[in-house]
Design a binder for this molecule. Sequence first.
Ligand code: PMP
Length: 405
Amino acid sequence: MIDVAAIRSQFPILQREIYGKPLIYLDNAATSQHPQCVIDRIAHSYCRVNANVHRGVHTLSQEATEAHENTRKKVQRYINARYSHEIIFTRGTTEAINLVAHSFGQAHLNDGDEVILTVMEHHSDIVPWQLLQQRKDIKLRVVPIDERGELNMEIFRSLFNEKTRLVCVMQASNVLGTINPIDEIIAYAHTHNVPVLVDGAQGIPHLSVDVQALDADFYVFSAHKVYGPTGIGVLYGKEKWLDSMPPYQGGGEMIAQVSFERTTFNELPYKFEAGTPDYVGSAAFATALDWVESVGLEAMQLHEEALLHYATTQLMTIDGIKIYGTAQRKTPVISFLVDNIHHYDMGMLLDKLGIAVRTGHHCAQPLMHALGIEGTVRASFAVYNTFEEIDAFIAAVKRVSNMLR
Ligand code: PMP
């Protein structure tokens, strides 16, 4: 059991009021809030340590470098990567996928090749592949979902052929909450010698991840969804793939030797890390992962599952409600609409009651199209949310629904 009150007291933002009402923050799938220790670590970096990393012999630079590289090792342990140089720091999930699309695409995809995606992918796992299509004549094959919001695995398997070069799949849907069977997907793709990129943006905050046990070829995520700072994320890639891929951006740090005649590139992971990295963010990122471990991911999961179950059951008592995503295994995310009330109107009025939810297409327009809607209201929970907050949220949805009907 976790002590939610004690956890909440560590999050200064949860003391805020919105329109005179206590903030009820249910937009955690977009970004989570930060415990004081993470905020303090950012301040500590600027107050005591700040210096550019990797290039300095002076004490500050060495301390900043040590903190930055310690985070790489922390992330390596957190997702159980084999080597720390398989952890590439990026700006987030989006940049990590763009990196793979660009560099893996450059090295391994040729005209006529095919990439398998799912209809529930976030735009950040669709558009980079479409950008690649401007350079290479590749084909995107899309796995559909069933009425519960689960992937149709039969169709998934049927999409493989001798041209299939990569599978890209989200671990969990930011809209439906569906937790996809990535272990099964990876195992099947590997029987065809096809590597798999897992978008872990919605997985890492809720699920324990072991990239070696999964045998994932690429796994990407953002720190800001797991109680860490914005502006930093991770591309995990198996060494053999990363070694086979050309640099994504050129600049400082990623080179070995530069001359106007010939430039050679640095080794992993620096080959993919051009320019000054977000070393303030990386230091606080480690603090965030330490914090999650100190609370305990399993205890968090139990609490979040209880919140999900309670909120779903309560929401279903509302007349005219439709929940999008009723998969057997879900992250604590609920997308819904009430009758024909516009999601935007619902979100605006909930805000007036102090409740932060997300509305719209959630960067998943192809999924919205498949569902035949333009958007949803989405409530998503984190470890600091309470059952009392859900009661207030349900009462507010009822009130707003009655007003707008
Ligand atoms: N993939 C998924 C599943 C997401 O939920 C998000 C964030 N909404 C992203 C990718 C993009 O993450 P970021 O904006 O941090 O790069």
